[in-house]
Ligand binder design. Structure first.
Ligand code: NAD
Ligand code: IPM
Ligand code: MN
Length: 362
């Protein structure tokens, strides 16, 4: 029996609620496919600040280091928003984990499945034209991590600065991720940048062009970020793999999530050069709905599926989860945010979606 160690970091807000359902689904596929997933839960984020004095306790980091993969919920919320930036859950836990494990390649797949175009807020003909986008987002560099950053001066002359910085090596490795992914999909890469303004984007284009020479079967297009956000709304079918720097990929992936119907549908894999990964929904802790039992658990469940596929090589188990998600959605077993407001009295809870989904597996 295949045996793995997983570090489970539920975090804040809806994190623990949706993680419960992902764990139930993992239990179901593990017993069906004879997989042993030893899961250890560790504190992270605001919860860890409240109970252990810091967002990423040493024991959590050690637990992640010893694991075969990390399953992450979400972190942050209004309670911790006034902390200094470097103590907040977002930087002290999430960005630190990404950087510590060198998880430079962030894969965020967004797809409107057949028969599910009605879940999309897009006009029906556009939604039906086929949305199947993989955002490949650079995750450990760019303006998130570039130095210096700071605040200097006083009064009206006070100023703040962040540094957007990319080395050729950093651009090359994420471009290779995107082209490799495109070879297994629609063989098209659209590289998103702001090369009409930013020096970083000029270098980005140059390196992406170089990498493209090794992938003659893949079509490469470049697009400016502002145009990309609007093209996604009027002609999303033109995109296959969207290659993005850290900040642009953050923004574009929320838009892609919503094209499919909800922030709660978009999973993600953050992977390093050795195949080690952290798996987390692209959305956040959703403080506006936390504690109500109504969050959509699917992004977390699909993140668990990506973990099985990418870090553990358990393809059959991952396929079973993906198929169960599809069946659940097409059977209309939906959380409220996927429904028109006037029908939300018929919405399912987080747990009901989890239960239905598990029935499709066993
Ligand atoms: P958010 O993604 O938490 O929420 C945006 C909107 O999407 C909200 O209306 C929310 O209700 C909805 N939403 C998100 N996930 C959902 C789900 N599973 N089911 C149904 N609806 C869902 O973004 P925000 O409100 O800007 O951020 C809230 C907090 O989360 C902030 O502290 C932010 O820094 C943090 N955050 C964390 C992560 C992470 O841990 N990976 C990611 C993004 C934001
Ligand atoms: C995401 C989130 C994070 C990011 C935040 C919480 C730091 O928005 O994973 O998309 O910006 O990367
Ligand atoms: Mn984001």
């Amino acid at each position: 029996m295949a045996k793995y160690q997983i570090a489970v970091l539920p975090g804040d807000g809806i994190g623990p609620e949706v993680m419960d359902q992902a764990n139930r689904v993992l239990d179901a596929v593990c017993s069906k496919f004879d997989i042993q997933l030893e899961r250890t839960v560790y504190p992270v984020g605001g919860y860890a600040i409240d109970h252990h004095g810091e967002a990423l306790p040493e024991s959590t980091l050690k637990g992640c280091e010893q694991a075969d993969a990390i399953l992450f919920g979400s972190i942050g919320g209004p309670k911790w928003d006034s902390l200094p930036l470097d103590k907040r859950p977002e930087r002290a836990a999430l960005l630190t984990l990404r950087s510590h494990f060198d998880l430079f390649s962030n894969l965020r797949p967004a797809k409107i499945y057949e028969g599910l175009a009605h879940l999309s807020p897009l006009r029906v003909d556009i939604a039906q034209s086929g949305v199947d986008v993989l955002v490949v987002r650079e995750l450990t560099s760019g303006i998130y991590f570039g130095q210096p950053k700071g605040l200097e001066g006083e009064g009206e002359e006070q100023y703040a600065f962040d540094t957007m910085r990319y080395s050729k090596r950093e651009i090359r490795r994420i471009a290779i991720s995107a082209f490799d992914a495109a070879m297994k999909r629609g063989k098209k890469v659209t590289s998103v940048d702001k090369a009409n303004v930013l020096v970083c984007s000029r270098l980005w284009r140059e390196v992406v062009e170089e990498v493209a020479k090794d992938y003659t079967e893949v079509t490469l297009e470049h697009i400016y970020i502002d145009n990309a956000t609007m093209q996604l709304l009027c002609d999303p079918a033109q995109f296959d793999v969207m290659l993005c720097s850290n900040l642009f990929g953050d923004i574009i992936s929320d838009e892609c999530a919503m094209l499919t119907g909800s922030m709660g549908l978009l999973p993600s894999a953050s992977i390093n050069g050795d195949g080690f990964g952290m798996y987390e929904p692209a959305g956040g802790s959703a403080p506006d709905i936390a504690g109500k039992g109504i969050a959509n658990p699917i992004a977390q469940i699909l993140s668990a599926s990506m973990m099985l596929r990418y870090s553990l090589g358990e393809e059959a188990a991952a396929d079973a989860i993906d198929a169960a998600v599809m069946k659940t959605l097409s059977d209309g077993v939906l959380t409220g945010e996927l429904m028109p407001k006037e029908q939300r009295d018929k919405a399912c809870t987080t747990e009901q979606v989890g239960t239905y989904l598990i029935q499709q597996i066993s």
